[in-house]
Design a protein around this ligand. Structure first.
Ligand code: ATR
Length: 282
């Protein structure tokens, strides 16, 4: 019988996950189908229970349900609980277990592009929202021992760092302080939505002082090259868009559901095609 998967969110119409996962099922000869479901906040509990009742095998969770779904699940992975957000739900022995593959997806993509070990690198995270939390905690869980964090609202960055359940040290900075000492960092990770289409001329932190050869990663993938990445590139930094994070979070979810690793490069091409067709306007 066909195995059913999906993604729940509001809005959901533009999700690129269905095409990416359905192509992977076809490639791997897995009899599965992945569908986008438009679920309003008030209907979340009914949707989660209903999907269990009709035998859905697993699903992704996106805005605005990533935190709200936690109390509705039977089990939650410790890292996802610490992050406070679930993006992947898996049916395990008839019950729902929640995971967060956003942070792990980002770290996989970073490791692949960066090459060497990350442990001793000077790392700066820009932003202190949900995406920053996933990335910061996952890096900390993977033994990166020092991460500085900069945010427009200093208290939010301080509270994110203080709540980290893994051993970590690092400074909490205003964006102005981060701009001044930007040349100290080997890896800079932009996690806010600033610079995303249509506001593509915005940039949360000036890249003027970035070190030549530093690695700058932006979680935004529309446009693929944000103003921040463009500024960093002009100053000799290596750059990475958010496409890898998106593709790897999906690949890690797919692996949890099926036990099979999909072809990551093909997934990336499928998403690139979709982006080229509909979303990139830079
Ligand atoms: P998400 O959960 O998607 O990461 P979020 O929780 O709304 O989103 O967090 C958004 C991040 O973008 C925060 O770091 C926010 O900074 P504040 O904590 O100061 O609000 C940052 N952000 C949003 N708008 C911004 C702006 N105009 N300039 C600088 N930072 C901004």
């Amino acid at each position: 019988m066909k195995k059913l998967f999906g993604v729940i969110g509001d809005p959901i119409a533009h999700s690129m996950s269905p095409v990416m996962h359905n192509d992977a099922f076809a490639q791997l000869d897995i009899d599965g189908a992945y569908h986008p479901f438009h679920v309003k906040a008030d209907d979340l509990a009914a949707a989660v229970h209903g999907m269990k009742a009709i035998g859905v095998e697993g699903f992704n969770v996106t805005i605005p349900h990533k935190a709200a779904i936690i109390p509705l699940l039977d089990h939650v992975d410790p890292l996802a609980r610490a992050i406070g957000a679930v993006n992947t739900v898996v049916r395990e022995n008839g019950s729902w277990t929640g995971y967060n593959t956003d942070g792990a997806g980002f770290v996989r993509g970073l490791q692949e592009a960066y090459g060497g070990p990350l442990e001793e690198k000077r790392v700066l995270v820009i932003g202190a929202g949900g995406a920053a939390r996933a990335i910061y905690y996952t890096l900390a869980s993977e033994k990166v021992s020092r991460i500085d964090i900069a945010n427009r609202t200093l208290e939010k960055a301080a509270s994110l760092a203080e709540s980290c359940p893994y051993p970590i040290t690092g400074a909490v900075l205003t964006t102005e302080e981060a701009e001044k000492q930007l040349g100290e960092y080997d890896i800079i990770i932009q996690t806010t939505s600033i610079g995303m289409s249509p506001l593509i001329e915005e940039c949360p932190v000036s890249m003027e002082n970035v070190k030549q050869g530093a690695f700058v990663s932006d979680i935004i993938y529309n446009p693929l090259e944000t103003k921040l990445l463009n500024e960093a590139k002009k100053r000799g930094a290596r750059i990475q868009s958010g496409l890898k994070m998106f593709v790897y979070q999906g690949a890690l979810a797919f692996e949890k559901w099926t036990g099979t690793a999909p072809d990551i490069h093909r997934m990336e091409e499928i998403v690139l095609q979709q982006l080229g067709g509909k979303y990139v306007n830079n």
